[in-house]
Structure formats: C-alpha cells, structure tokens
Ligand binder design. Sequence first.
Ligand code: NAP
Length: 304
Amino acid sequence: MPTVLFAAPSLWPEYQEALPAALAEAGIAARLVTEAAPEEVDYIVYAPSSPLQDFTPYRRTKAVLNLWAGVERITGNPTLTQPLTRMVDPGLTEGMVEWVTGHTLRHHLGMDRHILNPGHVWDPTCPPLARERPVTILGMGALGSACAEALRALNFPVTGWSRTAKPGCLHGPDGLREALSTAQTLITLLPKTPETENLLNARTLALLPRGAVILNPGRGPLIDDGALLAALDAGQIGHATLDVFRVEPLPQDHPFWSHPNVTVTPHIAADTRAITASKVIAENIRRGEAGEPFLHLVDRARGY
Ligand code: NAP
C-alpha cells in the first residue's frame, strides 16, 4: 500500500475528505498521512508554500504532485530530482474561463461607462459586436486554449500564440509581432520562465493597437510594470486588468492601486478546487502504481 504524504498543511482542511474520496473512487488503497518518515513516502502532494523544501531524503518517492498550476517556485529547487507534476484541474480551468470571459466582456461592452455614470450622461453609442473585436491569447496551454474556446463561442476572433508550432496558433518572434498587431484585447496565460519574463515591455506594448486592453491572469513578471504604466499614461494601453503581480499582496504604495485605468484583482482568477483536483492527484497515483506515465509532468529544463 503506497504512502501518500500530504505536505501542504494549510490546504489539508480542504482535502482531508476530498482526497480520500478520490483515492477510493480510483480504487487505490493508500496510506494518506500529513507526517511520515521520508524513507516511507511514495508520493508527495505538494504546494510551493509547504515547509518541505529539502527533497533529498525522499529517495523512494515516485512523484511530487503539485496542487498549483504554476511551478516557478519549485522548478529551481536543486534537491527536487523526483518527477514533478503540475495541476491541470477542470475546476481551476472553469474558474479561469469565467474570469477571462467576464473581464473581456466588461471591456468589450464598455460596462464601466454605465455602471460608473455620476453625471447621468445619456450616451446611446452601442459597442461593436464581439466578431469585430480581435482577441489575442499569449500561452495556448490548458488554460489559454480553454479560454480561446469560450471566447470563440461568443464570436470573438481569437489569435493564439505559444512556444511551439501547433495548428491554428502563431509562435516565435514573428508570430508574436503578428499576434500583438491585431489584439484589441490581449490575454496573457504564460508561465513565468526566463523566456517569458518582461515579454510585455515598452517595445512589445508599442506593437498593440492603440487603446488595447490587457488582461493578465498569468504571472506578474510577464509584464514590465514601468513600461505598462508609461503605456497607460500615453493612452497606448486603454486599460489593464491584473490578477497577478511581482510582489503579492500588491504593496499598498504600488501605482497600480491608484491608476484610473488599472483594475487589480487579488490573484483570484482561478483557484485549484479540492474535489476536482483530488481526482487528478488520485489518477496520477493510480498511474504511478500501474507503471503508467504521469499526467502533466513538468519539464524542469523548460521551466513549466
Ligand atoms: P500550460 O498548459 O503549461 O501552458 C503554457 C502555455 O504557455 C503553452 O501554450 C506554452 O507553449 C506557452 N509558453 C511557455 N513558454 C513560452 C514562451 N517562451 N513563448 C511562448 N509561449 C510559451 O499552463 P496553463 O495550465 O495553461 O497555465 C498557464 C499559467 O497560468 C500558469 O503557468 C500560471 O502562471 C497561470 N495561472 C494563474 C492562475 C491565477 O489564479 N491567476 C491560476 C492558474 C494558473 P507550448 O504549448 O508550445 O508549450
């Protein structure tokens, strides 16, 4: 019977019923514990905030199963040599699709003009249709492709950009220029890696159509904060809705808080949901026990 160490103590209350239920549903008899001698541990359910930072003694551990989608705080840990999986959770994806769709529609429909209308101005200008509002998504992985599907279902023309070539998707530096050139709404769903840091900078922000809206639910360091503030002040960027930041919580004196064309949401775009995420963890333990390849393995050299 495998021993599964749940090494994310602050999340245990959410998982203490969901994870045993998912393991039972997957037909796995496991010893699920919150403390164990390292030499007994077969699987570690993990979060970057865990006190467990030295994986060296976990020599029999077959996999470290991360509960978060983002892994940039783990991939650099030199003691972690065991296979690492990240979270692709249908519940998390659903939440991201809702956040992205809601904020895209807010800007597309110009909702603020009517919600915040202290002067009671009667302005009967209708917004264009979604089909006339091109959207670009940087990062067409689990989350980006689900958001693209939802936005396309509303008739937004969606251009996707990713690292590698895939059907219907741009890639590479030329692809990025093309993807940015049409983006009235730009959505960043990239992981934080050395290649993606400051991808949106003074040069790339200038490639967007004037007045473009940016939604960043990816990671704060994807955007050069100073360049974004300058582009907002110059009117090159019309609005930025930001869910993630270089420092979280966003410091009280950060100019994003007070900028009239910035909306701050406190890293709530998409949370891992215990019931659906537990099923993903259980499936990976089942695979490990059956000698099958793990789902959602992280390529540490690539950084995601
Ligand atoms: P994923 O499935 O790994 O997809 C990542 C995408 O980014 C892939 O399409 C990948 O290209 C692309 N990419 C990576 N490096 C690139 C580069 N240098 N140039 C161009 N494209 C690049 O990840 P995911 O599950 O969709 O999650 C994406 C990110 O969302 C996470 O890393 C995390 O930072 C963020 N997130 C935020 C929240 C929140 O609440 N705000 C919640 C969950 C996740 P390929 O397809 O070619 O590999």
